[in-house]
Design a protein around this ligand. Sequence first.
Ligand code: 2P0
Length: 364
Amino acid sequence: MGAEQQATAVRAATDTTVRAADTAVRAATDTAGAATAVAHPNIALIKYWGKRDERLILPRTDSLSMTLDIFPTTTRVRLAPDAGHDEVTLGGKPAEGDARQRIITFLDLVRELAGVGHPAVVDTENTVPTGAGLASSASGFAALALAAAAAYGLDLDVTALSRLARRGSGSASRSLFGDFVVWHAGRADGTDEEADLSSYAEPVPAGPLDPALVVAVVNAGPKDVSSRAAMRRTVDTSPLYEPWAVSSKDDLADMRLALGRGDLEAVGEIAERNALGMHATMLAARPAVRYLSPATLTVLDSVLRLRRDGVAAYATMDAGPNVKVLCRSADADRVADVVRGAAQGGAIHIARPGPGARLLNEDG
Ligand code: 2P0
């Protein structure tokens, strides 16, 4: 296939995927007033690290992720016109502090867009074990965006929903879609409205990869520095930030090609170098942000040993010490065994590509 034909095929495949996602998210929007949505976490293979606009949550660079099939978040939003204020529970307990405030700020945005001022009752169930190192903000705000938009009667297509989810948490924009997903940084040279419109997520076509992601939890404790604060400090103070942002563009272009031809080794190599580069930017921040622990490095050593033994295994780490190892689905159990030995008693989870966010019918 020539480059032009390939581009046309890729565009057609993407259009079909977006239309299918649209049907899924529009399916139950006829029950305005209450809606329940489910979304899965995603892990970035090309990282989102750094904002250019904190209010609109506009990133400095494009990012690309795989949506997982484990640990979904389910969120129900019900309008409560007679209530005096929003009522928010997480896992059956009243939400507090920053978590509660971020949800209410997000509901305020939905109310403004819908022109409906009613308070809401929001119930969220996360199935991710506490501290598993799989950020629940991506699945959480993707599910909340979908449920709140439906409950408040906003008729948004899935692209607009990914923009909306972005306003809750950047990485949530990617969890609207299943499998591999790119989030566009968008236009930096126009108005706020143009920038907002141009920063959304969409599916990325991939060849036959059959991947798995082995998650090694080496420390389940809370982190010292939030990813939001760490990102800000890195952009503001790290001399390595700009070079990483520039090289991340090349990584993304290479990643699209590697995904397209179903080349798991190349996908893994690019993901690993992009993640290590991101951590290098943090180590050079002032003061340094160091999420990687001795146990992280022990797991990274085990990944190198696997590669030396001929197993395609590649590591990526986010804003924490836990390691996610990309490998072939057929190798997942072997990789999990080796990584378990290195993870010093930490829990191991095996994930595969998962679905996009969807609304549940009221009967579930
Ligand atoms: C990512 N991370 O691409 C990157 C890699 C962590 C490391 O997205 O401030 O919770 O809510 O937009 O999305 C974590 O940041 O940050 C994140 P906000 P978010 O997955």
